[in-house]
Design a binder for this molecule. Structure first.
Ligand SMILES: [Zn+2]
Length: 117
């Protein structure tokens, strides 16, 4: 089993509850900065990056372009896919990285670390 977070695990309702609506038909995924491992969410129907897990109004368009990482100030390389099955490992987010990021809430299984009954 992969240690990376799968897209199916995403809690869309929780994203919407936190104000994550974009332009409709939202498709969310996670990626990280390959240099400093800062985690970001992307809405890839309209190519929008969500920059802050605590404030979903902080976004930028990544349509045919990239942005400078808020963690290390380096431009996120966009010469290869960030998400999907062709994304390279340096962009993929592991469970542990997600659990330690501001985005841990978006995957219920990480949010509720209850012992099994
Ligand atoms: Zn970075």
């Amino acid at each position: 089993m992969s240690d990376f977070v799968a897209e199916e695990e995403f809690d869309y309702e929780e994203v919407y509850r936190r104000g994550g609506h974009n332009c409709g038909d939202e498709d969310f995924a996670l990626f990280k900065c390959p240099f400093c491992d800062r985690v970001y969410m992307i809405e890839y129907e309209v190519d929008t990056a969500y920059l802050d897990g605590r404030d979903l109004t902080k976004r930028c368009s990544v349509f045919n372009c990239s942005f400078d990482c808020l963690g290390c100030c380096r431009p996120i390389p966009n010469d290869r896919p960030w998400i999907g099955k062709n994304a390279t490992a340096d962009f993929q987010v592991t469970r542990e990285q997600l659990a330690n990021s501001d985005w841990a809430w978006c995957v219920p299984r990480l949010r509720e670390k209850k012992p099994r009954a």
